[in-house]
Design a protein around this ligand. Structure first.
Ligand SMILES: Nc1nc2c(ncn2[C@@H]2O[C@H](COP(=O)(O)OP(=O)(O)OP(=O)(O)O)[C@@H](O)[C@H]2O)c(=O)[nH]1
Ligand SMILES: [Mg+2]
Length: 363
């Protein structure tokens, strides 16, 4: 089967699979300002103590901040109302109310903030560190002490704080995969995706189980990245053999590549070179730089090889595979968990390094 061109029709619209729109609609509310206070100083043996009602505190603002360690809007999918806190009321003895706490929405780069009612784009959060005050907090009211004048020594005036205000917004994010998973068919790519994310790709012991790319979201601590499970590549893919290499176009936008090589075969290094050859052919044809993307190389299905043979294979692999300078090689068994966290950690580091280096524009 390998090497044969599969008679597949134009089987998928890659853009549809590799680029997703992630959206969330939510209501945000600024905090109301605290009311001003009416109070007079009353103390024994102090007559006409005068007004001492303090001002109300400002309510909390609604702020949107663009941060680098997120890649989805999943946090807002189920939170429909976010409220900033109300400012404290003013009090006697000239005490002002406390300011209400702000509510800060953190979003990944590439998120548009749209006014849901008018459809107007309020802001496109492009760079990490971009910040926008969506709704300033309600101003606190004035206490009666602030109305004291030479002609009015005992004012009873005060103002209430500005009321809370709501705004319905839509967050819209264009998603691109951060890591592309490359390798010959049956290398265990989908098994790995299933092990590290909640995606459930089809896994089976025959080549070309995966016919369409699918995404899995990998989360570790407060970092996350999108992993694209891709169909297997084979020798001649550049000429359209197998499923061809149309999907490689989208890999060129990834921050890193996870290259999976089945450790069970006799010469894993040769398999690795086959894929590298295909990447080179692709780069030549389309002027891309897939070969230059940072790589993590996983020698997969390691549990099926006995320890001595595995050690010998790893040694030979490092010697003969002509790895790119910074490639990380990890021995992996997605089924038994060996090396899984190491691979995820290495990929997260590459992705975060890239997000930090770029100006964060997702497209
Ligand atoms: N023992 C063992 N088997 C594994 C491991 N990873 C994958 N397999 C098996 O290898 C076979 C192929 O796995 P897949 O995850 O479908 O491989 P793939 O690279 O996605 O294959 P294609 O989609 O066809 O390109 C399946 O039978 C898996 O159960 C592993 O770590 N250990
Ligand atoms: Mg697969």
């Amino acid at each position: 089967m390998l090497g044969e061109a599969l008679p597949l029709p134009c089987f998928y619209d890659m853009a549809k699979f590799m680029k997703f729109l992630d959206e969330a609609v939510l209501t945000v509310e600024r905090g109301a300002g605290g009311a001003g206070c009416v109070s007079f100083r009353r103390e024994r043996s102090i007559e006409y103590g005068g007004p001492d009602g303090g001002n109300g505190g400002n309510g909390g603002a609604v702020i949107v901040r663009c941060v680098g360690n997120l890649n989805t809007l999943i946090d807002y999918r189920y939170r429909q109302l976010l409220r900033a806190k109300t400012g404290g009321h003013g009090m006697g003895r000239n005490r002002s109310g406390a300011a209400g706490a702000d509510v800060v929405l953190t979003v990944p780069p590439g998120t548009e903030i749209i006014d849901e009612d008018s459809g107007i784009v309020l802001r496109d959060m492009v760079r990490v560190g971009d910040e926008m005050v969506l709704l300033p907090g309600g101003r606190g009211g004035r206490g009666n002490a602030s109305y004291k004048t030479s002609t009015n020594q005992a004012p009873r005036q005060f103002t209430p704080g500005e009321p809370a205000k709501q705004l319905k917004i839509r967050l819209r994010l264009k998603l691109l995969a951060d890591v592309g998973l490359l390798g010959l068919p049956n290398a265990g790519k989908s098994t790995f995706v299933a092990a590290v994310s909640r995606a459930k790709p089809k896994v089976a012991d025959y080549p070309f189980t995966t016919l369409q790319p699918a995404l899995g979201l990998v989360r570790r601590g407060d970092g996350e990245f999108l992993l694209a499970d891709l169909p297997g590549l084979i020798e001649g893919a550049a000429q359209g053999v197998g499923l061809g290499h149309a999907f490689l176009k989208h890999v060129s936008r990834c921050a890193a590549v996870l290259h999976m090589v089945d450790a069970v075969q006799d010469e894993p290094w040769a398999a690795y070179k086959v894929i590298r050859g295909e990447l080179k052919a692709y780069d030549k044809q389309f002027g891309s730089k897939l070969c230059k993307l940072p790589e993590v190389v996983a020698l997969s299905r390691a549990d099926l090889v006995d320890a001595d043979a595995l050690a010998a294979k790893v040694k030979e692999f490092k010697k003969k595979a002509k790895l790119p300078a910074k490639a990380v090689v990890v021995v992996l068994s997605a089924k038994h968990g060996q090396g899984v966290e190491e691979v995820v950690g290495a990929l997260l580091e590459l992705v975060q390094g890239r997000r930090g280096a770029s100006d964060g524009v997702s497209e």
